[in-house]
Design a protein around this ligand. Structure first.
Ligand code: FMN
Length: 364
């Protein structure tokens, strides 16, 4: 039986335990998207407390595709130096670290560029309905290249790999979902809808080599649980070696779930995917795993290979130690301050109470 402290192989790398830090955007960069000292400290403190792998927050591959004007980036060489510092700080603790590479797609901030989509569609950008621009075949090839170039920069910065942001209605997820009504080779069959992600994965594998982790954070239900598994099969066949499972555009009413279990329906998507991939590639679950007991339950019952923790590790960098060693921790109590969107994270009351409020830039 494995537990939270059991090492695990991810791709060709050894991860010292089963606890991973989920990507959580801070929106604390300047317009240049460069990693500052605050980011370095933020990630180093989680590594210092023993987390096995860190997925650095959504980091944009193209300036015009940002989720917010203050998002981190890997769209140009000038950004490599800052990432290098972050990687060096985290590697001191034998923690693996990969950035989540991201293209806003339907989630692009209107101040950064147009909302883009596999198919022309009316989309609500949070404030109003906007018509998303349909990508041409040429645009698609250019964006695939932007992902590969961002991964090459990540490798030059010393990262152990990259994670594709392929969930939460961003571009890679948009292709795999029902939003995609294309009739060319990027739409129609499941294989075609997965092609965009697959070409990115294959391009990164070719450019960055076999020992570079390629993870994908996928939706466990787009448009159904069964189809999401098929998409994931294509990603794995293309060279993806680690899946983290969240949600996307699709409903997930068809996920088998018993409400009496100590994990929610989104985490159950990870459990389903893990059953499908058992023994092939490691699979992680996320969402609502904010107590020592719930994390241990997932791992000790072999429901997933790793767990990724968002708010639990934002509220207390030492949450990993509590899981591994029964030390005290400050529990995230799911306050509304951390709801997704600008303004979150920084006012985390748990961190602030202890005088560990981390970022000086507070988004409006
Ligand atoms: C402040 C904040 C920022 C987030 N940023 C990202 C992100 O950059 N990429 C991503 O895939 N998910 C992001 N998420 C979702 C988290 O990774 C995670 O899936 C979610 O918080 C649920 O897990 P939890 O209950 O452990 O927090 C974010 C969530 C929060 C609260």
């Amino acid at each position: 039986m494995s537990n939270a402290a059991s090492p695990i192989q991810i791709g060709k790398r050894n991860c010292k335990n089963r606890i991973t830090m989920a990507p959580t955007v801070k929106f604390a960069a300047g317009d240049d998207g460069i990693v500052t000292e605050e980011f370095v400290k933020h990630y180093e403190s989680r590594a210092a407390h023993g987390v096995g792998l860190i997925v650095v927050e959504a980091t944009c591959v193209a300036k015009e595709a940002r989720l917010f004007p203050s998002q981190l980036g890997l769209w140009c060489d000038e950004q490599i130096e800052g990432h290098k510092k972050l990687v060096e700080a985290v590697h001191k603790y034998d923690t693996l670290v990969i950035p989540q590479i991201h293209h806003g797609g339907l989630g692009t901030h209107p101040e950064c560029g147009p909302l883009t989509s596999p198919t022309k569609v009316q989309w609500n950008d949070g404030d109003r309905d906007v018509e998303a621009v349909e990508l041409s075949h040429e645009d698609i090839k250019r964006i695939i290249n932007q992902f590969v170039e961002a991964a090459v920069r990540a490798k030059r910065a010393g990262y152990d790999g990259v994670q594709l942001h392929a969930c939460h209605a961003y571009l890679i997820n948009d292709f795999a979902s029902n939003v995609n009504q294309r009739t060319d080779e990027y739409g129609g069959s499941v294989e075609n809808k997965a092609r965009f992600g697959c070409e990115i994965i294959a391009g990164i594998r070719k450019a960055c080599g076999e020992d570079f982790i390629i993870s994908a954070r996928i939706s466990g239900a787009d448009p159904t649980v069964a189809e999401a598994k098929e998409v994931a099969d294509f990603y794995v066949a293309a060279g993806c070696d680690y899946l983290q499972v969240s949600c996307g555009i699709g409903e997930f009413d068809d996920v088998p779930h018993d409400d009496s279990l100590p994990y929610n329906k989104i985490a159950a998507l990870g459990v389903e995917m893990h059953k499908h991939f058992r023994g092939r590639v490691p699979v992680s679950a996320v969402n609502g795993l904010r107590s020592v007991e719930s994390v241990r339950y997932m791992l000790e019952n072999d429901l997933v290979d790793t767990v990724d923790l968002g708010c639990g590790l934002l509220a207390d960098p030492a949450f990993t130690e509590a899981i591994l060693g029964n030390t005290p921790y400050v529990k995230c109590y799911s306050c509304p301050n951390c709801a997704f969107g600008p303004g979150h994270t920084h006012p985390c009351p748990a961190m602030r109470l202890r005088g560990e409020h981390e970022f000086s830039v507070i988004p409006e």
